[in-house]
Design a protein around this ligand. Structure first.
Ligand code: CA
Length: 222
């Protein structure tokens, strides 16, 4: 049987490369506070990987008042300012365990590496983390029509690398993100212990277990 070879690895950013989820949670809570509503941790979790405007809409809806589109946009700008204040302090120390080693392993093996994040701050975050130079391509979420859970951003990342989808592995920790990967021919890697992650081709509890040799093995055995 013909088997595709692993040629590229596509990363989600928040919760896979760096633990920025708390920065998002805080920015969301701060916006909710300003609108005099509260959001639970579960709600905050459900926002993972969802586009900013959708999160703002969900938080604004809790007030029971109708917001004009221009107000939603303004709230989104404000929420992003809060987020940027939180990520300004990011440094290489905030990389999740094993990520730097894994990126180096991929580089040494001549793998193609791309980023597929919904975050409009991806460029700044990669810079702060000191890992921009590892990436051959970063997919700009502003360039895709549909956000996660649609597969568009992962397909764009593979297209930018010029690697066929079946030769790619994609790493996600969020439900919307994993749904996006599962809608592609890519090999899916799920990071974390949430039940939905069991749907991934390879589910690891955390990033420390990411090893190229095992990824290759599992990719070939799919
Ligand atoms: Ca994520």
């Amino acid at each position: 049987m013909w088997k595709a070879q692993l040629k590229a690895v596509i990363f989600d950013l928040d919760g896979v490369i760096a633990d920025t989820n708390e920065c998002y949670n805080q920015a969301n809570r701060k916006l909710a506070e300003e609108l005099a509503v509260t959001i639970s941790d579960a709600e905050n979790d459900s926002f993972k990987g969802i586009h900013r405007s959708e999160i703002v809409r969900a938080i604004a809806a809790k007030t029971g008042r109708n917001y004009q589109e221009a107000e939603i946009v303004a709230l989104g700008v404000k929420k992003n300012e809060y987020y940027q204040q939180m990520i300004a302090d990011l440094s290489p120390r905030d990389l999740l365990p094993g990520i730097k080693r894994f990126l180096q392993e991929l580089t040494d093996a001549d793998m193609r590496i791309a980023l597929a994040s919904s975050s409009s701050n991806y460029h700044f975050v990669l810079e702060r983390l000191g890992i921009s130079h590892y990436f051959h391509a970063v997919a700009d979420p502003a360039k895709v029509e549909r956000m996660k859970p649609a597969p568009d951003i992962f397909l764009l990342a593979a297209d930018l690398l010029n690697v066929p989808y079946a030769h790619c592995a994609a790493i996600e920790d969020g439900e919307a993100g994993l749904t996006a990967v599962l809608a592609t021919p890519m090999f899916s890697v799920g990071i974390g212990t949430a039940p939905f992650l069991a749907a991934a081709n390879w589910n690891l509890a955390d990033t420390a277990g990411l090893k190229l040799a095992e990824l290759r093995q599992r990719f070939a055995a799919r």
